[in-house]
Design a protein around this ligand. Structure first.
Ligand code: CA
Ligand code: CA
Length: 551
C-alpha cells in the first residue's frame, strides 16, 4: 500500500513537471489580471514577467493600440522599447509568444512618439525565444537627423521569428544585430519608409537587416518576403558572419507604392562593409548563401554583392525586371581605394535565371575569377514570355498558406516545353525530372517519355482539346482501338491532380467528353489519358496534352 502511494505521488510530480504554463494576453486584458484565458493580461511585458522556459504566452486576436506611457525601457538613452524581451528560454524549452491559434493580433504603435528617441516595437535581447503570428505596424520616427526606428530589433541568439508581418512603419521592419543561430521564418516586411528624418527618402529602411559580428553565425532567412521598402529588401552590409537566404522573395524595393524613387533599392544586398577601413573588416570575410530566391523590379539590383570583399554562393535564384539582375561588384582589397569598383571574384553562380533586366542581366562578372555554371545568362538560352506559365507579378503578394509558408505561384514558373526545364546542374538540392530547372521554382509536370509514341500503339489517340484556349468548357476526344480501361485525369501546372473525368472500360471507338473548368483559375492544365489493357505490354501507358484555361 505504501509503495503504491509513493509510486502514485512520484508519477504526479513527474506529470506536473512536464506541464508548462500558458499565459494569455488580450486587447481587452489588464496587467493586474492573473493571465488565464478568462483573466488575460494586456501586455507581453507583463507576460514575460510571469513566464518561464517552456511556457507559452498566447496573444489573442484584435488590435493593441499602444500608448506612449507603455514604453517599457529606454536602452542607451536612445532606443525607446515598447516591449523589451530579455528573459531567455533554454534549448528545447523556448519561451513562446504566439498568436492564439486562428487569431491575428495586430500591434499598432502609431501613438508612440517619444521626442529625441528611436522607437522599437519589440526589442529582443534574450535567447531561446519564439515569436509567432504577430502583425506590427505604425512605428514612428521623431528624430529628423540621422536615425532609425524598428518594428523589431533583434539582438539575441537561438531565437525564432515566425510568420510576423511588419508593415507601414516609419522605420525598418526587422533589424538583427549581434547574435547567431536565429531563424527568420515566413515573415513579411513591406511598405516601411521613414519619410521624416534626413532627406525623407527612407535610405535606412530595409525590410530585413542582418548585421551580426563575426561570432554571430547560423542566421537563416527562409520563406520571407520584402516589398516596397524604401531602401533595400534584405541588407547584410555589416554582417561579420555568413548569412543564408533560402526561398525568400524581394520586390519593388527602393520605391514608394506609387513607384517614386526613394532609397537604394536592392533586392538582396549581400555584404560590403560600406567602405569601412581594414580594421573593421572581419577576417575571414564571410561567404553568404543566397538560394532559391526571387528578386523582381527592385530599383537597383536584384542580387547585389555590394562591393563585398569575398565571393558569395548564388544558387537557383530568379531575377526579373530589376535594373541589373545580378550585380557581382566587389571591392578590390582592404588596402585598395574603396571607391574603385572591381569585377566580382570568388563567387559561385549556378542554375540562376535572369529575364528582362532593366539595363543588364549581369554586371561586374569576370568569368575567369568566378565559377559560373548553368545560369540562363551563360547557357545562351533564348528565353521569351512563352517560357513562363505566368508573368503576373501580383502573385508575389498572394496570401500565405495556412501554415504560414509562401503561396504557390505560377509567376516565372517554367512552362511545359521550356528549355529552362532540367537545364540546371545537380548541386545537391532535391529536384524533379532529370536535372534541376533553371531558377527558383522547380517544375513537376506529369512526365511524357519522348519515346512514348514508339512504345504505345499509335492507334490509341488523345486529340488536342477544343476549343483551346477555353473558358470554361472544352471538348476532349480520344480513340480506343480495342477494349481497354481508360482513365482521363486533369492536372494543374504543379502536377497536382484536379479531377478525374473517367476511369472505366471502353470498347473500341472514338469518344468525346467535356471538361468544365468554371471552378478553376486561369492557367495551364494537363489532360492525361492512361490506358490499361491485357494486350498492352508497355511500362508507360499514358498520353498527355496541355490545355490553356483563359478567363
Ligand atoms: Ca539598406
Ligand atoms: Ca527538373
Amino acid at each position: 500500500m505504501i509503495r503504491l502511494i509513493t509510486y502514485t505521488f512520484i508519477s504526479f510530480i513527474l506529470l506536473n513537471a512536464a506541464i508548462f504554463a500558458q499565459i494569455y494576453v488580450a486587447p481587452n486584458g489588464n496587467d493586474s489580471n492573473t493571465g488565464t484565458i478568462d483573466q488575460p493580461l494586456a501586455t507581453l511585458q507583463k507576460a514575460q514577467g510571469l513566464a518561464s522556459a517552456g511556457d507559452t504566452v498566447f496573444i489573442r486576436g484584435g488590435t493593441y493600440n499602444f500608448r506612449q506611457d507603455q514604453i517599457s525601457r529606454v536602452v542607451s538613452n536612445l532606443f525607446a522599447c515598447v516591449t523589451y524581451l530579455d528573459k531567455s528560454g533554454t534549448e528545447g524549452h523556448t519561451i513562446k509568444y504566439w498568436a492564439y491559434p486562428g487569431e491575428k493580433p495586430i500591434f499598432n504603435f502609431s501613438a508612440v512618439k517619444p521626442a529625441n528617441e528611436r522607437v522599437v516595437g519589440i526589442y529582443v535581447i534574450g535567447s531561446f525565444i519564439h515569436l509567432r503570428g504577430l502583425e506590427l505596424t505604425g512605428i514612428q520616427t521623431t528624430i529628423i537627423t540621422h536615425t532609425e526606428s524598428y518594428a523589431i530589433y533583434s539582438r539575441g541568439s537561438h531565437n525564432i521569428f515566425e510568420n510576423l508581418s511588419l508593415h507601414d512603419n516609419v522605420g525598418t521592419g526587422l533589424r538583427h544585430y549581434y547574435g547567431g543561430n536565429n531563424l527568420f521564418l515566413n515573415c513579411d516586411s513591406y511598405r516601411n519608409w521613414d519619410n521624416v528624418s534626413e532627406n525623407k527618402l527612407g535610405g535606412n529602411n530595409d525590410g530585413f537587416g542582418c548585421h551580426p559580428n563575426s561570432s554571430g553565425t547560423g542566421n537563416i532567412f527562409k520563406g520571407c518576403r520584402a516589398w516596397f521598402n524604401s531602401d533595400d529588401g534584405y541588407d547584410i552590409i555589416r554582417s561579420g558572419a555568413a548569412v543564408i537566404f533560402d526561398s525568400c522573395w524581394s520586390f519593388y524595393n527602393g520605391y514608394s507604392t506609387s513607384f517614386e524613387s526613394l532609397g537604394d533599392g536592392n533586392g538582396f544586398k549581400a555584404g560590403g562593409y560600406a567602405y569601412d577601413p581594414a580594421s573593421k573588416i572581419p577576417n575571414p570575410v564571410p561567404k553568404n548563401t543566397i538560394e532559391f530566391c526571387i528578386a523582381v523590379r527592385n530599383k537597383a539590383n536584384g542580387f547585389d554583392s555590394n562591393h563585398h570583399l569575398n565571393g558569395n554562393y548564388w544558387y537557383n535564384n530568379t531575377a526579373y525586371e530589376n535594373n541589373i539582375n545580378f550585380n557581382m561588384v566587389n571591392r578590390e582589397s582592404l588596402q585598395a581605394d574603396s571607391s574603385i569598383w572591381e569585377n566580382g571574384y570568388n563567387h559561385i553562380l549556378e542554375n540562376n535565371l535572369s529575364y528582362k533586366a532593366g539595363s543588364s542581366d549581369t554586371a561586374y562578372i569576370d568569368t575567369s575569377k568566378n565559377i559560373l555554371s548553368h545560369n540562363s545568362f551563360n547557357l545562351g538560352l533564348n528565353i521569351s514570355d512563352k517560357d513562363f506559365v505566368s508573368l503576373d507579378e501580383s502573385e508575389l503578394m498572394a496570401p500565405r498558406k495556412a501554415d504560414g509558408s509562401l503561396p504557390d505561384i505560377n509567376f516565372m514558373l517554367p512552362a511545359p516545353g521550356s528549355s529552362l526545364i532540367d537545364a540546371g546542374v545537380n548541386i545537391g538540392f532535391a529536384f524533379s525530372g532529370k536535372a534541376p530547372d533553371i531558377g527558383a521554382l522547380e517544375t513537376n509536370y506529369p512526365t511524357v517519355v519522348k519515346s512514348l509514341k514508339n512504345i504505345l500503339p499509335n492507334n490509341f489517340v488523345l486529340y488536342q482539346n477544343y476549343p483551346n484556349p477555353f473558358n470554361p468548357i472544352t471538348n476532349i476526344i480520344f480513340k480506343v482501338p480495342y477494349t481497354s480501361n481508360i482513365k482521363i485525369t486533369i492536372y494543374n501546372s504543379l502536377g497536382e491532380k484536379i479531377h478525374t473525368l473517367i476511369d472505366e472500360l471502353k470498347n473500341s471507338g472514338t469518344y468525346k467528353i467535356q471538361f468544365d473548368g468554371s471552378y478553376l483559375p486561369s492557367g495551364v492544365y494537363f489532360c492525361r489519358m492512361a490506358i490499361h489493357s491485357n494486350k498492352l505490354n508497355v511500362t508507360n501507358n499514358s498520353i498527355v496534352k496541355p490545355m490553356l484555361l483563359l478567363k
